[in-house]
Design a binder for this molecule. Structure first.
Ligand SMILES: NC(=O)c1ccc[n+]([C@@H]2O[C@H](COP(=O)([O-])OP(=O)(O)OC[C@H]3O[C@@H](n4cnc5c(N)ncnc54)[C@H](O)[C@@H]3O)[C@@H](O)[C@H]2O)c1
Length: 296
């Protein structure tokens, strides 16, 4: 099944990147947000990103305008009824996602594939919010931030996913210029299954006084060749997001390595979410020169 018209739910960090990437691949894209203001905010992010690609010469000014022209916004569900695929990138909350799928199931054409960009929730539990006929057409499409630059997409299947639907999703990831990897519906899939315990361990190392923030980051950067240290990466991903993901993964596996450390919880409660709130393991008062916080 060829995928040409793409619906995107949510125009935040991930939804805006997914919309831009699908439009750049030639798809017609409809993005649904809760309010027009949120839609506009997402679109201004897309325009800034496209402008950067044009400045660098990766796309021409004409291509920039064509890509932007393929994306429209809406606050209703009806405009998504004839999409070939709907990719959901709303808040990491199972009930919110189930509610959205339930409403869409009633209005979308029977062929529409439903996909979620969830980082840690169960695709199976979202799937059961739809009618049995739709359940075989449910997959996970897990993109990485920033979507227009990151090459990987985890394509996730449940035990009920139809083989042809799954292959269409894998093919679609390729059409977007991404490298698909195949994963089963287990919390965190491949990447977060391995990454989250590592990030949480770096917080435990800090809590236990193994090293300072800067030394832990430099240790992994220079000792393992990582482009950034784990505490810097946590500030990028968002400490609130990491905390929710860790809770969900701990709930699924009941293994200590997924348990959020007390320092992470305290930081989230104190509003230290990382770059997006201005402070996390580093203070971003001067974003070009982050300074380590005094936390332990
Ligand atoms: N941040 C990351 O690095 C990352 C990476 C991969 C996957 N994800 C996953 O992607 C999803 C979105 O994450 P994000 O970082 O873009 O969050 P975000 O908070 O930046 O964006 C979420 C957007 O969804 C909108 N929204 C909420 N309910 C909606 C609804 N019913 N219909 C339409 N829009 C709605 C919100 O207004 C908001 O703009 C989550 O499931 C997250 O786990 C995030």
């Amino acid at each position: 099944m060829e995928i040409n018209k793409v619906g995107v739910l949510g125009c935040g960090l991930m939804g805006s990147g997914i919309a831009q990437t699908a439009a750049a691949a030639g798809c017609t894209v409809v993005v649904r947000e809760v309010t027009e203001e949120l839609c506009e905010r997402g679109f201004s992010g897309i325009e800034k990103s496209l402008a950067k690609f044009a400045e660098k010469g990766s796309i021409t000014p004409e291509q920039r305008d064509e890509i932007r022209g393929r994306i429209t916004g809406t606050t209703g569900f009806e405009d998504l009824a004839d999409c070939d695929i709907i990719i959901e990138a709303i808040v990491e909350n199972l009930e919110a996602k189930r509610d959205t799928y339930n409403q869409l199931d009633a209005i979308c054409k029977p062929e529409t594939i439903f996909a979620s960009n969830t980082s840690s929730l169960s695709i199976t539990e979202m799937m059961t919010a739809t009618r049995p006929e739709r359940q075989a057409r449910f997959v996970g499409l897990h993109f990485f931030n920033p979507v227009p630059l990151m090459k990987l997409v985890e394509v996730v299947r449940t035990i009920l996913t139809d083989d042809a639907v799954y292959e269409s999703a894998v093919e679609f990831a390729g059409k977007l210029g991404k490298v698909p990897v195949r994963a089963g519906d287990k919390s965190g899939f491949i990447v977060n299954r391995l990454l989250v315990p590592y990030l949480l361990d770096s917080i435990r190392a800090l809590e236990e006084g193994v090293g300072s923030i800067v030394d832990i980051d430099n240790g992994m950067k220079l000792g393992c060749g990582h482009p950034m240290g784990p505490l810097t990466l946590l500030d990028f991903v968002g400490l609130d997001t990491t905390y929710y993901i860790a809770e969900i993964m701990f709930d699924e596996f009941r293994e200590k390595r997924f348990a959020p450390p007390p320092l992470l919880k305290r930081m989230v409660k104190a509003g230290l979410y990382g770059r997006k709130s201005g402070r996390g393991f580093y203070d971003y008062a001067d974003p070009k020169k982050p300074t380590p916080m005094s936390l332990v």
